[in-house]
Design a protein. Structure first.
Length: 86
């Protein structure tokens, strides 16, 4: 494993020395980060829409939270942040 790690470090140093390669790498990292953010935002929007519907139909917040990746406090903060509840 140490040999592979050393080879990877050498390759990284070689690539990072080339300005064009470095810029392309940075563009790729930014694009991946932006895409990840868009996916998280879309997922959160869907979760909050369903959570709001469940709350509007009388389900208590703590019960709604059990069906999301958030605890009740986090869910309430997100719903308030995105103006789904007052």
């Amino acid at each position: 494993m140490g040999v592979n790690l050393n080879k990877a470090e050498q390759k990284l140093l070689k690539l990072s020395a080339d300005p064009d390669t470095r810029k392309e790498y940075e563009r790729r990292v930014k694009a991946l980060s932006d895409e990840r953010s868009r996916l998280v935002d879309a997922e959160n929007a869907g979760i909050l829409k369903v959570a709001k519907s469940l709350l509007d139909n009388g389900m208590p917040l703590y019960e709604v939270a059990k069906h999301t990746p958030y605890n009740a406090g986090e869910l309430e903060r997100l719903l308030k942040r995105y103006n789904h509840i007052q």
